[in-house]
Design a protein around this ligand. Structure first.
Ligand SMILES: C[S@@+](CC[C@H](N)C(=O)[O-])C[C@H]1O[C@@H](n2cnc3c(N)ncnc32)[C@H](O)[C@@H]1O
Length: 218
């Protein structure tokens, strides 16, 4: 099943209005295929890029089925905690049923998490910004900034369409309009505009780009 068939668009086709994913099992299947069997390897690399340490408190914005939260859970250890947040109840239900002891989940969108100020050491988000309504993206980054402690780190990973035009057109057809972006255009100045200092950016295998940043210490 193509990814566009899994998205519940907020009005019209998934684009500016954003959309949630409400079919966790199908998403897991599509994600496994989409990463060509390398999903775990890629997400382990994301966890390493996040620089997570034992005892840390991590927030995963747009956590979906909680795949990355379950990779981060053993890294933060029993003293740390991973909180996954997603507006889709079916995705959060799926994550909760598989939750390690140090993972909790919240049903909420990225622009209004209801979480306390400066309560996380690291905020991560993978493949979620392009699902947010366009008008919610700047408020969502402001919210990530608010809940991160001074000196805390941000890692955003986004879909990077293939550079080959034919493969890009095919991927765009399968995924729908929200994934035809260039990750640089998608993220634009959202990260620095929210107050973060960008540290570096790069590509990961199988069509991901990432940006790392931090919240300046006071
Ligand atoms: C492609 S999935 C990625 C899930 C997970 N992060 C991963 O990498 O497997 C995108 C997720 O973003 C969620 N989402 C949609 N709108 C959102 C919003 N406004 N704020 C946060 N997450 C949102 C969707 O419900 C979906 O679970």
């Amino acid at each position: 099943m193509a990814l566009r068939g899994l998205v519940r668009a907020h009005g019209g086709e998934h684009g500016e209005a954003g959309g949630t994913l409400d079919h966790p099992r199908a998403y897991e299947l599509v994600a496994g295929l989409g990463f060509l069997g390398r999903r775990r390897e890629v997400f382990l690399r994301l966890a390493a890029l996040a620089g997570v340490r034992p005892g840390a408190r991590i927030l995963d914005v747009g956590c979906g089925t909680g795949y990355l939260t379950r990779i981060l859970a053993p890294v933060v250890d029993g003293e740390g905690e991973v909180v996954g947040l997603d507006p889709s109840e079916p995705m959060i239900d799926y994550a909760r049923r598989r939750a390690p002891a140090n993972c909790t989940y919240v049903v909420a969108g990225g622009r209004d998490t209801g979480l306390p100020d400066a309560s996380f050491d690291v905020v991560v988000s993978s493949l979620a910004v392009h699902h947010m309504p366009v008008n919610d993206r700047a408020p969502a980054f402001a919210e990530m900034f608010r809940v991160l402690r001074p000196g805390g780190r941000l890692l955003i990973a986004e879909f990077r369409p293939p550079s080959n035009r034919l493969t890009a057109a095919l991927t765009g057809h399968m995924t729908g309009p929200a994934m035809r972006h260039d990750p640089k255009d998608l993220l634009g100045t959202l990260i620095p505009d929210a107050g973060f200092k960008v540290d570096d950016e790069g590509d990961l295998p199988v069509l991901l780009s990432y940006v790392r940043a931090h919240k300046p210490a006071r």
